[in-house]
Ligand binder design. Structure first.
Ligand code: AMP
Length: 478
């Protein structure tokens, strides 16, 4: 059943005063379509299966009704017994869990309701004292939640509302067995809210298994890309991608960019290579510690980092206000991931640019993506002169024109070679020892976060950005 409800303002949704106050302080004036549809239905206690594009405001769509339904149980008592877990929000990734709980805290700030987030990758012992104080809303990743269940450090017997956020991603990530175990621990009598960006058959099955007579809400076509996002594909050889990326960044008016790669190693290498171009960059991927990932994200959100190079671990759920540009350095083989990656830009009505660098090998994936999003993406043929020119100039940085740096090796090797001019002149020009070392966290550099990327690159023609500049003019490297 699809229900069309179009209230105009938040106060038409039947939300309590403390929640409306928090919403208005947040600066929201009108509910987004998913909020307009989901909030009244969730307040009625219905199970929902909701599909919405990324960045449509789905967190508030479930957080506000949850808080409202828990208000009658809110207590100012410090006794943990007065604060049992009454709502459980499950998310596939730690980053999303953190973000969701941050939003819940904001919406709950004028109520005595308490929330907490628990996720893996950090010492479980640090979470236990917080759990012991009692909290009404728990946001968790499935694995860590089960660890706590095993250690008997939390009790789920009073959960009244369950949210499965990014349910499709949870299935993709193999969380089905964990979900089944968790659901078996919850009271049968409860309200279930399931959010999913895509509606696959598996999602429908999950909904049949765990939801009771759910109301379907869809505010955008499944697997749709946001119309606010301008999409472009650059057809380019894999080993010329880095030169093209630098060229594109040098031309960009954007202040920040997320660059997606397929592998962790490429993410790390590319981040390092961008730093050599004078761009403050950091990488987030699965091999980084939780602390490093949070630090990198926080620095990016605070504008201290210009380019965040990420694997798909960052593709979902991250909410970075006003992110103007996403670049797919490598396009994903799973077409849904493309939708999620580019959904990092053009959020909440803003416009955005999504650029994909596509090599010949990747064209098959591009075809799958276009099929999924039901549209053809504009293709730009890259002028080989730019790349040849930049590559030659890059070689020139090393004081001689060799052919070592021409795009003929695998991409990561080229990435290391092209910008390999070391500060101490002690290394061979074709080798950068960093690439042979295990990952080390980046030291964040101070940055002028309000300037566009191009302004933070050296004021020089593109060719000079890739070489040709005197060493003293280049960005200071660690
Ligand atoms: P979400 O889809 O929940 O990650 O939200 C995406 C972005 O939209 C976040 O930056 C929210 O703060 C913002 N947002 C959520 N609801 C509204 C609203 N009603 N008006 C304006 N922005 C909103």
């Amino acid at each position: 059943m699809d229900t069309t409800i179009e209230p105009i303002m938040f106060d038409a949704l039947g939300l309590a005063a403390p929640l409306l106050k928090a919403v208005s302080e947040t600066g929201y004036t009108t509910p987004t379509p998913i909020q307009a549809k989901a909030i009244p239905l969730a307040l009625q206690g219905l199970d929902l299966m909701a599909g919405a594009q990324t960045g449509t405001g789905k967190t508030a769509a479930f957080a506000l009704p949850i808080l409202q339904k828990l208000l009658p149980f809110a207590s100012t008592s410090t006794s943990p017994a007065k604060h049992p877990i009454r709502a459980l929000v499950l998310t596939p990734t730690r980053e999303l869990a953190i973000q969701v709980e941050e939003s819940i805290k904001v919406y709950a700030k004028h109520t005595p309701l308490k929330s907490l987030v628990v996720f893996g990758g950090v010492d479980i012992k640090t979470q236990i004292p917080h759990l012991k104080t009692g909290i009404e809303v728990l946001v968790a990743t499935p694995g860590r939640l089960l660890d706590h269940v095993e250690q008997k450090t939390l009790n789920l017997s009073q959960v009244q509302i369950l949210v499965l956020d990014e349910a499709d991603r949870m299935l993709d990530m193999g969380f089905m067995p964990d979900l089944k175990r968790i659901l078996a621990l919850l009271p049968k009598q409860r309200q279930n809210l399931m959010f999913s960006a895509t509606f696959s058959n598996e999602i429908k099955k999950l909904s049949d298994d765990f939801l009771t007579n759910p109301t379907l809400i869809e505010v955008a076509r499944s697997n749709a890309t946001n119309d606010n996002v301008t999409q472009k594909v650059y057809l380019v050889a894999q080993n010329s991608k880095q030169a093209l990326l630098t060229h594109l960044l040098s031309e960009s008016d954007s202040k920040q960019v997320i660059i997606f790669t397929k592998t962790k190693i490429t993410a790390s290498k590319l981040s390092r290579a961008l730093q050599k171009e004078g761009i403050t960059a950091d990488a987030i991927h699965g091999d980084k510690s939780q602390k490093e990932r949070i630090e990198a994200l926080d620095a990016f959100k605070a504008g201290k980092i210009t380019a965040l190079v990420a694997t798909d671990v960052a593709a979902r759920g991250l909410d970075i206000t006003d992110l103007p540009m996403v670049i797919n350095y490598e396009i994903p083989s799973a077409p849904e991931d493309y939708v999620h990656r580019i959904g990092r830009t053009g959020r909440a009505g803003a416009s955005g640019i999504a650029i994909s660098l596509v090599s010949e090998d990747e064209e098959k994936y591009l075809a799958d993506i276009e099929k999924l999003i039901k549209r053809s993406v504009e293709k730009v043929q890259v002028d080989p002169k730019i790349l040849v020119k930049t590559t030659h100039q890059s070689s020139a940085t090393n004081g001689k024109r060799t052919t070592d740096h021409l795009p003929q090796q695998d991409n990561d090797t080229v990435a290391s070679n092209r910008h390999a001019k070391p500060r101490q002149h002690t290394r061979k020009p074709s080798k950068d020892p960093w690439f042979d070392k295990p990952y080390e966290p980046t030291v964040h550099q101070a940055n002028n976060s309000t300037a566009p990327i191009q302004a933070r690159l050296h004021k020089a023609p593109v060719a000079a950005l890739l070489g040709g500049l005197k060493l003293s003019n280049r960005a200071i490297q660690k």
